[in-house]
Design a protein around this ligand. Sequence first.
Ligand SMILES: [Ca+2]
Ligand SMILES: [Ca+2]
Ligand SMILES: [Ca+2]
Ligand SMILES: [Ca+2]
Length: 694
Amino acid sequence: MSDIMVGLLSSAMRIPTRGSIGDCTFYNCDFTGPYLHVNRESNMPSELSEAGFHTSSVQNQRNMNAEWKKLEARSFLWTFLKFHNVPRPPVRIITGIISDIEGGIPINGATALIDNKTYTTDTYQSLFYLYSNDSTQLHNGFYYIENLSSDTLELIVTAPNYLPDTLSVVVSDTFFTYKDVQLISSLPPKVVSSNPVQNDSIYPGRQDIIFNFSRRMNKASVESSLVFTPSAYLNFSWVNSDKTLIIYSDSLEFSTNYSIEILPTATDIYGNLFDGNGDGIGGDTLIFNFKTRQLDIDPPVVTGFYPAGNVNIELHPLIRINFNEEISFVNIYSLIKLVKASDQTQITGTIRHYVLNDKSVLHFFPSIKLSPSENYQFKILAGIKDLLDNQIANDSIINLQTGNTDLELTGIDNFEANLTTNWWQPSASGSTTGIIPGETGILENSLISNLLTSSAKSMQLNYSWDIGSSSWLLREYLSAGTPRDVLFDNSYLLQVYIFGDGSNNQFRFAVDDNVPQGGAADHEVSPWYTIDWTGWKLITWDMTNDGTGTWIGDGNLDGSLRFDSFQMSYNQINGAQKGTVYFDDLRLAKKVLVDINDEFVSALPSNYSLFQNYPNPFNPSTIIQYQIPEDNFITIKVYDILGKEVAIVVSEQKSMGAYRIEFDASDFGLTSGVYFYTLKAGDFSETKKLILMK
Ligand SMILES: [Ca+2]
Ligand SMILES: [Ca+2]
Ligand SMILES: [Ca+2]
Ligand SMILES: [Ca+2]
């Protein structure tokens, strides 16, 4: 009987496969069937699966309908009749699916009329409200009419906003008569969006004009019904299944008012007349106005420079220049320069150019550390151009003076590995609220990274705020991995490089304190930082001096600390509703004083000594330390590998003490190579090797 039943069920429900593929996948079978595991054990076919209870959302929406179950029930009945050799009574039932010819979506509330009997397909009000709160989610388009009186009948199918259709049907006595019907929407086509929008402006020759239609359009009818005033030579292209028209012209004038008329002779592919005013009635004209911008004759303008402030610049700074428009990258390496003020020696570095919101952001990453307490100049030279060759006319020079401190660094995470396993997605944290989860998430990015380190990757965070929410907190939580092993106390600076989006939204750090206690209250945060910059910036939380913000801790950084999370919040006053920021090189830092030519405060030395220079190899400067136990005349001289004296670093009477002095090889024009440096004081002499590597 199973053989009969499975065949009848799958033909009645019009299921192309026997047994449920879903069951088969679920039970990991080899597709030889029966698919249900219980059936394999018992040799029982999976009859009930034929109606798709397990697998298909399309069939499930039909299963909500009582007459659909009649199809199934009659199939069971006919199985028993056949098994007992009882003839099947005349059937005379018509059934099928009514759907939209374009999208293929079944139509709710369509009516089938045949033999003076009608059947209206399920609607939200009649049925689907039992299964969904969304009035547009469910539809089956299923109709079913039984007890038809004769063999040949006329079927008329109607639906609101569709053209009716009439079909001739031959009704079967022996099985269900299937008649699927596809209706053509009678809603006239209209423009649903455009770029530019009505009365907006475009830059001629650089931007296209785009119309998105509600329906697939008859392309020729649209193109021939389009009136462009004043006239211009136009190119048309169609995408999105002929629903989107792109108009491009390189003959538009600057500073001109244009209008585009789409006449009602435009039609969709079914001949429905264009609805220009969008009132649901076809046959009228769309009048679309836009302006072209004036010719850009202005050179680019620098709108932002980082680091802000000209003194106490860190020794390995990133330099960022923001422009008011997109600039040409051509020759940029010869047009921006970092030089030492005293001798105009150029500091080499890498330039990275990004265009965000049609504006250029240039970054300069010096390839070496700068010297402490030294004057530098950053030069933005004449000749930088926009994309229309408008050039900056004059050089500008920004003076930068390095400070006398350097940073001793301890990395937490450089985002080069295990990013998506160590860090949660923002929506995974119970603290996160007020975001749109589908538009918020982290991922690895290898295009934007901090080139001060040998970074190849950063962490990209896309976020989107639900502005209907009453509070907003995005917690980007570090949940696992070696970055969690880094413990510290509040004597450190906590730092991260953030590539800002200029969104004015807010950022802060969060740390666990009292580690390993781990209670909810053992969480402290930094004050908020407003992300009002575009491009890279180093954000520093000085945990000793900057204080804390308010979250679930007591505001004191107690005991042992561990990084917890980056946090962001929506700025209700002027924050962007969505944006993207990047993080790189999360780390701890301590400031160390770099004293040049200054006496040590350490205990009085008991012997002469010359220490190994650092860094070594070096370029172009290095620090030499020495100590003398008595007042004496001393020299420190540098010799090349042949023993020739090439530099005198010190030659003077000195008081007893320990000293450090900077030796800058570029002051003496030295080339790369091995050199020796010798301290002489009376009878004492000591020599060490140093390596200049340019
Ligand atoms: Ca109209
Ligand atoms: Ca310009
Ligand atoms: Ca990195
Ligand atoms: Ca605390």
